[in-house]
Every structure is written in structure tokens, then in C-alpha cells.
Ligand binder design. Structure first.
Ligand SMILES: Nc1ncnc2c1ncn2[C@@H]1O[C@H](COP(=O)(O)OP(=O)(O)OP(=O)(O)O)[C@@H](O)[C@H]1O
Length: 642
């Protein structure tokens, strides 16, 4: 079963996020004020009848705060009494349109098949019809004046946009592990939709309600202004209609027009603000993140780019340090890593969870986002320092010269776009290509990874996990880059699919000649595929060297511990031991050797002195037992892998 990133469940987190949002607070305050006005108009005006007459066209005074209309009605009172109808239209039409959106969108996505096709066509047809002319026609022929007709018209024209969003969201949820688990548990379909799917869509549903309410308040005011509502009703739109009818602006009564217009705008703004706040909570990509690509530290900037020569390495990482700024101070997840990758070389980075592998990869790919930042060191790729590049410069290189394959293809592929459309986007982001060129290249790379090109028309959920990951690899090869960076691309697959994908990556690498930087916590996976191995522990390189040598004669007790933690398919049976304890808290790494608290061969000196990377034959190991001038004691070969 595929492991996917967790889905936001509603709960205290959602409300905490809302309380912290200035947009949501401002919107809620305005909405609350209008709600109080609608419920208790007597608190705001002493006039009991908004149609009571006084002298016409009076200016603002203490008796008539905003003056009077052409008939002599008090404008302020009309405004207060008009709040109720405008708010009721917004809330009722918004609610009904949202219910319809959820029903259609979620049913289409979850039930699939012919029903999905039919409902999708319906949604798209309603979406492309220009809404306002349709509203005018419907309102005119359905009968002018009735509030029920107005509400019906607003709901009929206002549900389709939301339904499209609901369908997309439900589609992306459909294959999530927790829904799969609910199906396996034998839960009924309707129960899964109500109890499992809908709660995860809370923020989207509320955002949609706010959007539909905004649409209703503006459309209702527009219809009433055009005279398609009840001209005797108390509402802001009707006030606008009469003000326009009696030429308020031209006859010296501007407040008659401006005041209801302002109220419509304010109520609309309150819905828009809350809507946007929910959008930001549901979609973190919308949040304004300052320092999304953090400025590199001065130490990093000081490393100049070097002109590449014939035999200079493809990638040269030197003294790289990356820290996450947390509430308890910085957490150094990458603490001075050196790494060299040559053209066509397969380099594997291994280590336990939390030792800094992914952070290292993200730093190399220029994909770090706040609170992580490179604090020192350089990443020379083809001679240019990626650390000091701007986002624009990185974008020009990324995908053309180096590409990145993420851990879970289900999350990296857009669930509502076909594979072909996503390939096309990736190509067109890097140059001008005709439709034929895009198609030809897409077919070519899909065939390279062994997927039938007809799947260019498939959506991600129509492919198996292995096929999705292969499609991601095909996308990474669109421009035949020199380096492909892979972050545990096989972790969501079963062992058979894992092995077949690894074989395929190796074959492609040999065919096309690109280098691979591959992160995994499973050493056995890369044994037969990688040329060099980088064993990471607590943000540092524990051991680095040719894969074969590290497997045969590990020079660091941690490498040895990792090797002893998995069984060998061949060779004698041995007891699997693993490594006792867990990696240290990187906010407070231990003094001396970071591995000392777990090391089976620890000595007193290890707790006092921090080891460097010492050369041991073909490899380098960060172990004081291997330090020149100290005791050199190669660890015995690991039986299980011999
Ligand atoms: N957002 C964050 N804020 C603070 N610290 C973080 C954050 N993300 C990661 N870290 C720290 O960085 C360390 C390294 O994390 P990283 O994800 O790079 O490890 P990893 O080896 O790739 O683990 P895994 O195999 O589980 O992905 C973690 O142990 C944690 O202390």
C-alpha cells in the first residue's frame, strides 16, 4: 500500500490557524457587525418604519444621518433594514450552492465511471456559460420579485465552480491510505464519504461557501439594481435601483447611492477575506512565506564559481552546512558535508531516518525553503555555485541540466491532469516546443521507462504505484539531464517493484550516461547499483567510498551496524543485530564522536574528541579508531554480505 503524506484533518489546528489569520479576523468582524445589524436593527436606528416619510432630499443631519431619499425616506434606516435581506440571500444561496457543489463534485470523483463523465460534462457546460447574462434571463422569465426565484437563480448559476474544485480534491484523496484502509475494513461507501472524505475537505468546503456567498451577494445586488428584484423590498440592491431611478448622483443625494454600494462591497469583502484565509490554510503554497529561498550565509557566498575543465567533477559539494531555524535555536541537519559526483556515476546516500539525507539533497537541488537555509559551503554543479544562484537562474538549470525525482509520485503528480499534460507543462516551462515536438518527446521518454505511450492520456490514479514512479522518472528525463537526483523513489513500492525500478534506473543511466544521486535508508537496495556510497550519521558523513569496499570492509562501526541490520539473500545465516538506541537530537549533538553513545567499540577518547574523516584505504571514515597516528583497526568483514 502506498505511503502518502498525511491529509489535514479538521480540528483544533484549523481553528488555531484561523485565529492567527488577520484576513479571517477582519472578515469575521465585518460579518459579525452586519449580522448584529440584521438581527437587531433597533440597536442602530430609532426609526421603526424605513418607509416613513419626511421632507425629500434632505442632507445629512442628526435627525437623518445620511439624509433622505427623493420620497423623504431616511437613508440610514433603509440601509439598516436592508441588511437582513442581503445577508439572508448571501447565506442561504451560498449554503445551497455549496451543498450542490459537494454532492455533485464528491459523487463524481468517488463513484467514478460513467457518472463521473456525465457530471463532469454538466459541470463544464455550466462553467462555460457566462453567468451574469444567464442570471438576468432566468430572473426575467422565472418571475420578477420573488425571493425564492432569486435564490433559485443564484444557486443554479453558482454551484459549478465549487463542484469542479470538490471533484479535484476528492480525486486526489481517493487513493489515500486511510480511505483504502476504510474500504478494507468493510465500511460502507456512503459512510466513507461522510465520515472519511468530507471531514478532510472542511477548509475547502468552507472556502467554497464563502466564495458562493460572495457571488450571491454581488449578483443579487446587481439583479435588484437592474430592477429584477422586488422594488418594494428592503435591500441594498433595491436602494441602488431607486437611487439610480431617481438620479440620486445628479440631484445632490450621492449618499443614497454610495451608502448601499459601500455596504455591498463591505459584505462582499468580508466573505472574500474569510474565503482567502481558508484557501491559505488548505493550500500552504498560497501562504505568503518570507524568505522562501533563504539568502545564503556570507560564508557560502565567499565560495566562487570555478570554470569547469574536461575532467572536473559534475558535482562538487564542499563543507556544506544546512540549519533549520527552530524555536529552540538552529538545528544543523547537514554539518559540513563534502561530496564529489563524476559524470555517469551512481552515488547513493544512506543512513537512518533523520540523519539529514533529504536535507542534503534539497540543499544540492536548490529546493530548500524556510526555515531551512544553507549556512556555509558550496555546491558546484558544472562549475557554477548553485548556493549563490537566484531562483530564476536555478529554474533555468533545473530539469534541463539536473532533475529531481521525489519520494512519492502520487504526491508529485497532479491528480486532475493527465500524464501528457504534465509532460507538456514541464517541457514548455523550459522553451518553445510545438505540439508535435512535445508529443514525440513524451512518447519517447515513456517508452524508455517501459510504459505504453497511450498512458499519456491517463490520469495518475489510473496507473499503478510503480508506473507512476516510472512516469516521474520519464518526466525527469525529458531533457536528458546530466544529473538525476532521487529521494527514496522506491520507498512506496513493494520489493519486487523496487527491484525492477532499480534495474530500470541503472539501465537508463548506462544508456543515457547521466549521473545519479540516490537517497535511501535501505543499504541493500543500492548494493548492486551504486558506484560510491556516502553513509550519513547525525548530519555528517560517517563513511564514504566505493560501494563494494564499504560493503566488504566497513571502516566505521555505524556502516557495519547498518549492514548487520538487513539480511543477505546469499551467504551464511547470521543473527540480525541492528544498532541499539537512536540518532541524537541534532539541536544538541553529543560531545566528541556523534556515534559514541551507540558505538559497540567506543573508547574514552571518542567522547572527548570530535573525529575527522580519515583516509582508510579507498574509503574515508569519521572514526577516531581509524585516525592516523592512533590505533588503526579495520573492522572485520561483515559475514552476512560476503
Ligand atoms: N522543518 C524542520 N524543522 C526543524 N528541523 C527539521 C525540519 N525538517 C527536518 N529537520 C531536522 O533535520 C534532520 C534531518 O532531516 P531529514 O529529513 O533531512 O532526514 P532524512 O535522513 O532524510 O530522514 P528520512 O529518511 O526520514 O527522510 C531531522 O532529524 C530533524 O532534526
Amino acid at each position: 500500500m502506498a505511503m502518502n503524506t498525511p491529509v489535514r484533518r479538521p480540528g483544533s489546528g484549523l481553528w488555531r490557524a484561523l485565529r492567527g489569520s488577520r484576513k479571517a479576523t477582519a472578515g469575521a468582524v465585518i460579518l459579525l457587525l452586519f449580522a448584529v445589524m440584521a438581527a437587531f436593527p433597533g440597536l442602530f436606528t430609532s426609526v421603526r418604519d424605513a418607509n416613513a416619510l419626511d421632507a425629500p432630499r434632505l442632507g445629512p443631519s442628526t435627525g437623518h444621518l445620511l439624509g433622505t431619499t427623493a420620497l423623504g425616506q431616511d437613508i440610514w434606516s433603509q440601509l439598516i433594514y436592508g441588511t437582513r435581506q442581503s445577508l439572508v440571500i448571501a447565506l442561504v444561496a451560498g449554503f445551497l450552492a455549496t451543498v450542490l457543489s459537494v454532492l455533485v463534485g464528491v459523487s463524481a470523483a468517488y463513484l467514478g465511471g460513467l457518472l463521473d463523465d456525465l457530471l463532469s460534462v454538466l459541470i463544464n457546460v455550466v462553467l462555460v456559460i457566462p453567468a451574469f447574462p444567464l442570471i438576468i434571463i432566468l430572473a426575467k422569465y422565472a418571475g420578477r420579485g420573488s425571493l425564492t426565484v432569486m435564490l433559485t437563480v443564484l444557486v443554479v448559476t453558482g454551484w459549478s465552480y465549487g463542484a469542479n474544485q470538490m471533484r479535484a480534491q476528492a480525486l486526489s484523496l481517493r487513493n489515500r491510505d486511510f480511505l483504502e484502509a476504510a474500504r478494507v475494513r468493510g465500511e460502507r461507501r456512503s459512510y466513507i464519504i461522510v465520515a472519511e472524505v468530507l471531514p478532510t475537505m472542511t477548509s475547502l468546503i468552507v472556502a467554497n461557501f464563502m466564495g458562493a456567498a460572495l457571488y450571491s451577494v454581488l449578483s443579487a445586488a446587481g439583479l435588484q439594481f437592474l430592477g429584477l428584484g422586488d422594488p418594494n423590498s428592503a435591500s441594498w440592491g433595491t436602494m441602488l435601483y431607486w437611487a439610480q431611478n431617481q438620479q440620486a448622483l445628479q440631484t445632490g443625494s450621492p449618499l443614497w447611492s454610495v451608502a448601499p454600494g459601500l455596504c455591498v462591497a463591505l459584505l462582499g469583502a468580508s466573505f472574500a477575506l474569510i474565503n482567502h484565509a481558508f484557501d491559505e490554510i488548505g493550500n500552504p503554497a498560497l501562504r505568503p512565506v518570507r524568505g522562501r529561498r533563504p539568502a545564503p550565509a556570507a560564508a557560502a557566498l565567499s565560495v566562487a564559481s570555478a570554470a569547469p575543465t574536461e575532467d572536473s567533477p559534475l558535482l562538487q559539494v564542499s563543507g556544506l552546512r544546512v540549519a533549520y531555524q527552530g524555536a529552540r535555536g538552529p538545528v544543523e541537519a547537514v554539518a559540513g558535508v563534502d561530496l564529489t559526483v563524476r559524470r555517469g556515476q551512481f552515488t547513493a546516500v544512506v543512513g537512518e531516518s533523520g540523519c539529514g539525507k533529504s536535507t542534503l539533497l534539497f540543499a544540492i537541488a536548490g529546493l530548500l525553503s524556510a526555515p531551512a537555509a544553507v549556512t556555509a559551503g558550496s555546491v558546484l554543479f558544472q562549475g557554477s555555485n548553485l548556493v549563490t544562484m537566484t531562483e530564476k537562474q536555478l529554474n533555468a538549470l533545473r530539469w534541463r541540466d539536473y532533475s529531481v525525482v521525489m519520494q512519492s509520485a502520487m504526491n508529485a503528480l497532479n491528480p486532475v491532469r493527465t500524464i501528457g499534460a504534465q509532460f507538456r507543462d514541464a517541457m514548455r516551462a523550459h522553451g518553445e516546443f510545438t505540439t508535435e515536438q512535445v508529443r514525440a518527446r513524451s512518447v519517447e521518454v515513456l517508452e524508455l521507462v517501459g510504459i505504453d505511450p497511450t498512458h499519456l492520456r491517463s490520469y495518475p490514479h489510473q496507473l499503478s504505484g510503480g508506473m507512476r514512479q516510472r512516469a516521474m522518472i520519464a518526466m525527469a528525463l525529458l531533457f536528458t539531464p546530466d544529473l538525476v537526483i532521487m529521494d527514496e523513489p522506491t520507498s512506496a513500492l513493494d520489493v519486487v517493484a523496487q527491484r525492477s525500478l532499480m534495474v530500470q534506473i541503472k539501465e537508463l543511466q548506462q544508456l543515457l550516461g547521466f549521473a545519479v544521486l540516490f537517497v535511501t535508508h535501505d543499504m541493500s537496495l543500492v548494493r548492486h547499483f551504486s558506484d560510491q556510497l556516502l553513509v550519513m550519521y547525525a548530519g555528517q558523513v560517517a563513511e564514504a567510498g566505493p560501494t563494494r569496499t564499504v560493503f566488504d570492509t566497513p571502516a566505521h562501526p555505524y556502516s557495519r551496524g547498518l549492514l548487520e541490520a538487513f539480511p543477505s539473500a546469499r551467504g551464511p545465516r547470521i543473527e540480525l543485530r541492528g544498532i541499539p538506541g537512536s540518532p541524537p537530537d541534532l539541536a544538541r549533538p553529543p560531545h566528541g564522536c556523534r556515534f559514541a553513545p551507540r558505538c559497540p567499540v567506543v573508547e574514552e577518547q571518542c567522547r572527548e574528541h570530535e573525529p575527522e574523516l580519515y583516509p582508510v584505504g579507498e574509503v574515508r571514515a569519521r572514526c577516531l579508531l581509524q585516525a592516523p597516528g592512533r590505533r588503526t583497526r579495520p573492522l572485520p568483514p561483515v559475514e552476512a554480505t560476503s
